[in-house]
Design a protein around this ligand. Structure first.
Ligand SMILES: Cc1cc2nc3c(=O)[nH]c(=O)nc-3n(C[C@H](O)[C@H](O)[C@H](O)COP(=O)(O)O)c2cc1C
Length: 288
């Protein structure tokens, strides 16, 4: 089945587009193919009433548009009624409250005549964004360097925080690199999947994951692979960051992409020094 959505709104990224994106995102997660037609991007000329068609084309078009609009209405109503909306409506990093308000204000300024309706829709949308868009900051930190940066990120984004805790803790000996210890051995085996103790409750409610890890031999520790293979990240956005002694993030994040669904959106990652400040983390997150 393929669902066609027609967005008749004059604004490209208005409330209608946001609602459709959310509803279609949910349909895609169910494996349903979707296609969107945005009227604002089409050059539409009125019928010149030449009647070369004898009126047949016009009548046929009217009928088609009525069917499609009814269908669209049904989809939007289903989407609005669904409890699944608890996961929010944005696929990228959530905006700050101020930015959300600004976006809603921008929407309202679009038309003087629609202001009453838009302000109601705007405050509903504002409420929805505030209550429902969820970000989870996930981190693994064997020696405590990555941890404070993850905590900064969670604080800045007002996000939940989850620590990946290995089922078998790493000892100092395990972490002594270039000794062929446990960590060295895991990194040289791409199929190694160290077990994680505990799990994220209700991963479904998060649409953005900020993922922090230390660089181990140029890559993310294998326990990050265990984590990524433990959940369905379809339609979610992952924002990776790392700490290291001196290496950059390199290919460490790119090499994780294959562990997630094709519909997972990966933002470009960044490496931070051990002593990175909260301001640096904030600046980076704002640049997303
Ligand atoms: C097994 C292992 C391999 C490492 N490999 C690298 C590396 O390739 N490049 C680098 O700059 N640092 C490397 N490091 C250092 C860590 O990336 C760095 O100390 C990191 O900030 C530790 O983060 P954490 O305290 O959150 O675990 C390695 C550390 C370990 C334990």
């Amino acid at each position: 089945m393929k669902v066609l959505g027609i967005n008749g709104s004059a604004r490209k990224d208005g409330n209608t587009a946001i609602s459709m994106e959310k509803v279609f995102g949910d349909l895609n997660k169910e494996g349903i193919e979707t296609e969107t037609i945005q009227f604002s991007s089409k050059i539409i000329e009125p019928c010149k009433a030449c009647l070369i068609c004898g009126g047949k084309v016009v009548n046929k078009m009217k009928k088609k548009i009525c069917i499609m609009l009814s269908f669209l209405l049904l989809i939007i109503m289903a989407g609005c009624g669904s409890k699944e909306t608890e996961k929010g409506t944005q696929s990228t990093l959530p905006k700050t409250d101020g930015q959300r308000k600004q976006a809603i204000n921008d929407e309202q300024e679009g038309s003087g005549t629609e202001n009453q309706e838009l302000s109601e829709a705007g405050s509903e949308a504002e409420q929805e964004f505030t209550m429902e868009t969820k970000t989870l900051v996930v981190y693994f930190s064997a020696t405590g360097t990555t941890k404070p940066l993850a905590e900064y990120a969670a604080d800045i984004l007002n996000a939940d925080l989850y620590e990946i805790v290995p089922e078998i803790p790493y000892t100092e000996e395990d972490l002594a690199y270039y000794t062929d210890g446990r960590a060295d051995q895991e990194q040289s085996d791409s199929s190694a999947r160290p077990a994680i103790s505990g799990n994220v409750e209700n991963m479904g409610r998060y649409d953005t994951i900020v993922l922090g890890y230390p660089i181990w031999h140029g890559q993310a520790p294998r326990i990050i692979s265990t984590f990524l293979e433990s959940y369905d990240f379809s339609g979610k956005t992952i924002i990776p960051f790392c700490t290291s002694h001196s290496s950059g993030i390199g290919s460490s994040a790119d090499n994780l992409h294959d562990l997630c669904s094709d519909s997972t959106e990966w933002k470009e990652g960044k490496r931070f020094e051990a002593a990175a400040s909260k301001e640096e983390i904030e600046e980076w997150l704002k640049s997303m």
